[in-house]
Design a protein around this ligand. Sequence first.
Ligand code: PHE
Length: 473
Amino acid sequence: MSASREQFGSRLGFILAAAGSAVGIGNLVGFPVAAAKYGGGAFLFIYAIFIVLVCLPVMMAELSVGRSSQKDPLGSYHKLSEGSGLWSIAGWLVLITPYMIAVFYTVITIWLFGYLFEAATGNLAQLADPDNFGTFINSNKVFIYFLAVAALVNLILVGGVKDGIERSAKIMMPALFVMLIGLVIFVLTLDNAFAGLSYYLIPDFSKINAGVVNSALSQAFFSLSLGMGIMITYGSYMSRGETIAGSAKFIALTDTVVAFFAGLLILPAIFSFNPNINTAELSDSSVSLIFTFLPKIFLALQGSIGYVGASAVASVFFMLVFFAAITSLVSITEVPVSSLVGEKGYSRPKALLVLTVTMGLISIACILSFGRVEWLSGFVSYAGESKSLFDVIIDVFYETVLPLNGLLLCLFVSYRWKKHNFHKEMEISDATYQGSLLGRYVDFSLSTFIPVILLLIFVNTVALKYFGVSFIG
Ligand code: PHE
């Protein structure tokens, strides 16, 4: 069976697909917001260190597990642990996580599609109204946009690895790079853009504390799509003719460069709109930045480039974020698809149908949890806050479980699958890996301090999120 497993058609195709997964809303909005709040260049510096020292080894481990086992995450844990029941818990966890993240990511992607549609059809002024977002998420239009997003994801995934995922990444990723660079150039020509630029790049180390360090690592981990089974799944479609270390470095570099460029776009845009902005007030969440603050900035451009020009800029921006979101959504939905195909023997269309219906129902429950249905809107309450179903899914699966999955993977690779098997996989088509400084570093870090760091983040998040107890600043 493993001999017939579908593969990416080329190295470039694989890299674009994996980078497509990594580049998402986290890069385009989450990263610039975090950089603005946490000391600009100082945050960048810490983020870059975490990408290289912590996230890169974890990515290599995930890709190796997938390529070696030639299976989905659940099957990988099962096969490489030789059927150990305890490790299949880790396998299940890394299957449920992408399933639930896909649910909330779908909801945000639907909103992006809606905003793209509205901006492109002349409704920018309405989008810029501060009350619009609240009305929009509870309007029935959302269900139509939902059908459009679900249809697009299905259309891509039904084509399989090469003709679906790879082909769409080869179209959307270059388009994304061009739109991003075009917008950065445009924004830098605006008045006061350079105030934003210097705010972004000049480091302010006084803003760094333990909480910021924690955020930088969580952001880096999420941004590289780790702990979600995606890199295990994509690794299983990777050819043995490629080097894992080289590919992982390239994916991480692309992801980081896109995040950096997104900062060059968002911060100058914010400062050109209001040079005296107090960045501490800058919205806490990426969601309010994209859907409330940025439309106001786009509309303000009408003074210099007219309403049509402003709508065009807004449309390109929403298209950019939408492309980034769709390639990520495709990658995360592929994880349960590959499990249903691999473990249950479903055909791809059948797996997609089952997932579209079941995940779709939970997504709809999330859509109804913004006030329309009372018990979904006040689903539970912890640490003194009432949470909607949507909030709970984000808290549990995005904020909490990712580092736990990363921790389990590091322990699995180092102590159960065993280092020599991991090395063997890393050395395939890579004569330079054995004995290299990188090889020794990856080996040491994955079995020692990376799991410790991930454990600390996990414990800290649980204490803070659910019990309101803060161990660190
Ligand atoms: N790396 C993605 C981002 O930055 C995270 C993600 C991947 C989320 C896949 C969902 C699905 O947004």
